[in-house]
Write a protein that binds this ligand. Structure first.
Ligand SMILES: [Zn+2]
Length: 199
């Protein structure tokens, strides 16, 4: 087993959610992009692995009964925004694949998903185990949907989770607040980007 004391975990920072012309733009989310860039650069410079979830939908995914189509695989909207992309990227599709035993060559591991919960990707839990249940610095969109679900699983798996308040965006502020309170009750803590990428 590989022991990493800390990883960053980036939730769905993709064009369709974050860009002004995205198909399911999170209102106000452009404002966190400079902070997302800073966190990503800091991780790259300090050799901190960034695990990133990414929607990779088919055109007829069940999610589109509830949400406008977004992040369809093969479209520009599905890409991670350049500000959160690192050059040495390993993509783990949503089917069980062999995770390389040595991940030190990679700066970013992308977990593809077709649902809100990244742990529907069968590689997610094994990856966390392989990394030695590290401390996780978590951020991205949407707070009360995909960030919340990732955080719950990570806490359950035994990771110490730090949520970066100024690097998240919500669709519903009241629901997001409730989610954060629940996560704090489970042992997660809140921080700001300055606290986790300050030096
Ligand atoms: Zn989706």
């Amino acid at each position: 087993m590989e022991h990493r004391s800390q990883i960053f975990w980036d939730v769905d920072t993709q064009v369709d959610f974050l860009s002004p012309w995205g198909k399911l733009r999170v209102p106000g989310a452009e404002a966190i992009v400079p902070t997302l860039r800073r966190l990503t650069q800091w991780a790259g410079e300090h050799r901190v692995l960034v695990v990133a979830s990414a929607d990779a939908h088919r055109e007829d995914d069940p999610e589109f009964e509830q949400w406008p189509p977004h992040c369809v695989a093969g479209t520009g909207g599905q890409l991670k925004i350049p500000e959160t992309s690192l050059p040495r990227q390993l993509v783990l599709p949503n089917r069980r694949v062999e995770i390389p035993a040595d991940l030190s060559a990679w700066q970013q591991v992308v977990l593809e998903k077709q649902e809100l919960d990244v742990f529907t990707n069968p590689n997610a839990a094994p990856l966390v185990e392989q990394l030695g249940r590290p401390d996780v610095v978590l951020y991205g969109v949407v707070t009360e949907l995909c960030v919340m679900r990732a955080a719950r699983h990570l806490v359950r798996l035994g990771c110490r989770v730090t949520l970066v308040e100024d690097a998240m965006a919500a669709l519903n502020a009241a629901e997001a607040r409730e989610c954060l309170d629940e996560l704090i009750g489970l042992g997660a803590r809140l921080a700001r980007a300055d606290d986790v990428a300050g030096s």
